[in-house]
Write a protein that binds this ligand. Sequence first.
Ligand SMILES: *[C@@H]1O[C@H](CO)[C@@H](O)[C@H](O)[C@H]1NC(C)=O
Ligand SMILES: *[C@@H]1O[C@H](CO)[C@@H](O)[C@H](O)[C@H]1NC(C)=O
Ligand SMILES: *[C@@H]1O[C@H](CO)[C@@H](O)[C@H](O)[C@H]1NC(C)=O
Length: 630
Amino acid sequence: MERPRKIRLPRAGSTPLTRQHKRLLAYAFGFIALFSLWYVFAGKPIDRLDFPFEQHEAWMKDRSGVGTFVAKDSYDWRKAPFYNKVDSYTKLPVGRPNTLPPVQAEFPVETKAQRALRQQRRTAVRNEFERSWAAYKDRAWTHDELMPTTGQASDPFGGWGATLVDSLDALWMMGFKDDFYEAVGAVAKIDFGNSSIPGISVFETTIRYLGGLLSAYDLSHEKVLLEKSVQIGEMLYRAFDTPNNTPADRLYLEAVKLATSTGSPVEYSICLANFGSLTMEFTRLAQLTQEPKYYDAVARVTDILDRGQNTTRIPGLFPIWVNAREQSIAKDPTFTLGAMADSTYEYFPKMHALLGGREPVYQKLYQDSAPMIDKHLLYRPMLPDDQPGSDILFSGDIHISDASDVHVDAEMQHLTCFIGGFFALAGRLFQRSHDVDLGRKLTAGCIYAYKALPTGIMPEIFSSIACASRTSCPWNQTLYEAEVLRKAYGKDHADYEAAVTEQRLPPGFIQMRDKRYLLRPEAIESVFVLYRVTADRKYLDDAWDMFSAIRKYSRTRYANGQVFDVTDDEEPVVSPEDKMESFWLAETLKYFYLIFSPSDMVSLDEWVLNTEAHPFRRPVLRETVRGVGA
Ligand SMILES: *[C@@H]1O[C@H](CO)[C@@H](O)[C@H](O)[C@H]1NC(C)=O
Ligand SMILES: *[C@@H]1O[C@H](CO)[C@@H](O)[C@H](O)[C@H]1NC(C)=O
Ligand SMILES: *[C@@H]1O[C@H](CO)[C@@H](O)[C@H](O)[C@H]1NC(C)=O
């Protein structure tokens, strides 16, 4: 009940307000209005979770009221056969880690207005995450994916709850404490003894499940998460049970469980990403368990890459296809930093960080490949003269048909957008300022490509024209028109203008082979890394523009779905595809959240993120003393 308030009414016959009174009243109102504005934008904590990382950590780890979790599995993968035994294990580098150069910039103290804006944006990201997560919980709980339009569930990743496991560390970072512990409880009950599909992808299972579990363990130290990591790690270790111990691409669970199993056949042809980027997850598992075989398994693969690096069609670079049977990377003539190759390159500097610089091979792999990426794959796109062309780089593909004519196919993929962050991180770790600069320009390229589209979202794959020179590249209309028509072959266009209009080509684009946006993280990933490396606040505005555009065009009834056509900005917005991969919550929204967080939230000087955005703790002396990791 509200207490009746005494209101003093003006006495009958009282004199009207004097001019002085009126002025006083006006001042009072003005003051109240200003105060409310200040209160809304600066005074009131817009984001009650915006405190330093250590405080956040202490709060999340205070598990009073949370019970203990017991891992349940119907089959013990530690007891599964391993037929092609390994004679002796490569040792995990231990001892004192090197002090590596700092990755992050010094961040100046924010003004109140800057902080308020950052907190508002961070809250908007958290709300978007919460909406998708709530729908997953309601409608697809413990399944791999929520279908965001129909609200159904689907199980393309083994049926163990890919979204559940992939989201654990994001829940932890965003401070969804109850949801985090509820999710840990559900993860404890996942049965890795069984699968919804006979043959699982070794690569996807490693980066999403093993990576997700290890990272959630590294953040929370919940014991059951390490137990589940060992369980699925032991399953995935069976992928190395091949005649020469190179990894199988797919693992057929029921077949390799049989006592009579002779392991899996060695792959004749496996793509570089699936071959070479199991290193971080297996290394972190080895560090946390002190079990050398996990490290040994991936060290052997690295050894093959090391020995083969100068034998390829472009010495220094690794082609897309690897012949694992012959342990050869010499023959394939196709090169890219995009699909099927990307994360193997990405893991060279990241392995250097994860091992505390105690194994030199990863620096060598990076230093012999980076200049060749720069020389052969990076290109400045030809753009109209009023566009900022000289500050932009893209990364394309090479298909060698004639060894004397190695030229780049100027096709850029959204997947390749990780490359800006890749060069910036490696440039800092190895103190190569040229590489940091490449990272900046490559990130600028992806930001440009987002802004160039009417929806504000970059397409999955598009082509432009590679300039012969990075310093000077005048617009050539004749060349542009010819290239647009060449790429539009098979379609009957009266002239190039019709081709441009019909395909809604932004300036300088000659084709968009795939106009979709699949909720992918690579562009915001690089924007986030560049922000941490430079402390340049312009990246916060770029990130916000990307987030606003993606939110607008990917929203579905329940969550967010893949956008069909990023050239279509007509109202009403076309309903997205009924598909939401686990990386939407695990990566895309996490990177958006991290960029608007204080810079010590998952500092890149203390953590290194796997290719699914799962942070692993880097070995620093503090940690060795405590005996966690090594
Ligand atoms: C696999 O699933 C079936 C049926 O759900 C179950 O009975 C069994 O215990 C599970 N585990 C193994 C190892 O087969
Ligand atoms: C590979 O080739 C590069 C460039 O030619 C050279 O710098 C490097 O030393 C070579 N590495 C090995 C291991 O032969
Ligand atoms: C523009 O491109 C056309 C077609 O490739 C070429 O013939 C011409 O020389 C170019 N013009 C200039 C000024 O470079």
